[in-house]
Write a protein that binds this ligand. Structure first.
Ligand code: PLP
Length: 363
């Protein structure tokens, strides 16, 4: 666990990253996909876990993926020598030239990129990952164009190795019929081409072995969240890599009938003890967490009461032995992030990104 040493009295909510959990989760990826290489997805500051830290800890991954060129440049500047893929590819020639100089691979998902790549005069060729849209309808060229694009890439001296990839839209729903349709389309596109392929995100790594091909691309499972509603991270052998904690700021007594917080959305139906915790949506705690969302303190699961404020939340502390300054866990080892995400009508991806962004931005 990486500890916060900046202050003995660090009042703000803290994000602690458990390196052992990251390594455990990478091992789980290898267990699920023993014949594929692993491209660890560390975009969005490694889903809030700190990109450079995650890249150091996950050094045994075969490759890293980030969304934007600047993330890849930052990794290279920090000394990372691992193969890197930029999922958005490049939009400007200067970015492409930097890819070439820094040995960074690019996703090619639209014709503008293909033209730029072919027409450039690169010092060193780059690896190209041709992205085919098999049903997600986000980034990617159409299935019908794939063979033609592949041939153009193969004939370009600016291109080293070529891969073909696609991305699932609904892999987190095991029975969604689009999953197999997408896989079939991908197989149809790549069947007659001698090329290495990549398709599986975390959910597909676990539930669709036929989609593993040569390279899998895990994100969320590396950070210890379950990609499936109704299946816990623990059941999948995953461990929480992010611990989100804060301090108990105040303890107060409520009388029956007292309303709590903005909008007075919670009204005490009895006399209660209330705790105020020093974390709110400004720290990345989800603003839409409902009354009753669990919060852990001193071995107890307490309930959130009232609306989430910018820098505090209120919890029902009735019957709980607690003192001002006590450690409160918002999610982590003691409390699964997936449960908090469900209670907030959100997803663990968003919670991790927001907490990590708020925390790492002011350290
Ligand atoms: C292209 C691509 N591949 C892989 C991933 C990893 O997905 P997950 O975090 O669901 O494993 C993402 C994440 O959004 C992605 O955009």
């Amino acid at each position: 666990m990486s500890e916060d040493t900046s202050s003995q009295h660090w009042r703000r909510a803290r994000v602690l990253i458990n390196s052992d959990a990251l390594l455990n989760n990478l091992k789980r990826v290898r267990d699920y996909s023993p014949n594929a290489q692993v491209m660890a997805v560390i975009k969005a500051n490694a889903y809030g876990h700190g990109m450079l830290h995650a890249a150091t800890v996950l050094d045994s991954a075969d490759m890293f993926a980030v969304a934007m060129p600047q993330e890849a440049f930052a990794l290279r500047a920090s000394g990372c020598t691992k193969p890197l893929l930029v999922l958005h590819g490049f939009n400007h020639v200067d970015e492409l030239e930097k890819f070439s100089a820094l040995n960074i691979s690019a996703v090619i998902h639209q014709s503008k990129q293909l033209d730029m790549l072919i027409d450039s005069n690169l010092t060193l060729p780059v690896d190209a990952w041709l992205k085919v849209d098999t049903g997600m309808h986000r980034l990617g060229i159409s299935e019908n164009d794939a063979e033609h694009y592949f041939a153009l890439l193969r004939n370009s001296s600016n291109v080293a190795k070529i891969y073909i990839m696609s991305h699932f839209a609904n892999a987190d729903e095991r029975n969604n019929e689009l999953n197999n349709k997408q896989l079939d389309r991908f197989i149809k596109v790549t069947n007659d081409i001698d090329v290495e392929c990549s398709m599986a995100n975390s959910a597909a790594i676990i539930s669709m072995p036929k989609s593993h091909f040569e390279m899998v691309r895990p994100g969320i499972m590396l950070y210890g969240s379950s990609p499936f509603a109704g299946v816990t991270a623990e059941e999948l052998g995953l461990q929480a890599a992010m611990q989100f904690e804060a301090e108990l700021l105040a303890i107060k007594q409520l009388k029956a009938g007292d309303a709590v917080g903005y909008g007075s959305t919670f009204v005490a139906d009895r006399d209660m003890t209330m705790g105020i915790v020093a974390a709110g949506y400004g720290d990345g705690y989800p603003r839409h967490a409902k009354n009753g969302t669990p919060v852990w303190i001193n071995g107890h699961r307490c309930q959130l009461i009232g609306r989430v404020s910018m820098d505090s939340i209120s919890i029902d502390l009735t019957g709980v032995k607690a003192s001002v300054g006590d450690r409160v866990v918002l999610w982590g080892r003691e409390l699964g992030i997936d449960e908090i995400a469900a209670a907030s009508e959100s997803i663990a991806y968003e919670l991790m990104c927001n907490a990590g962004a708020a925390y790492f931005s002011i350290r």
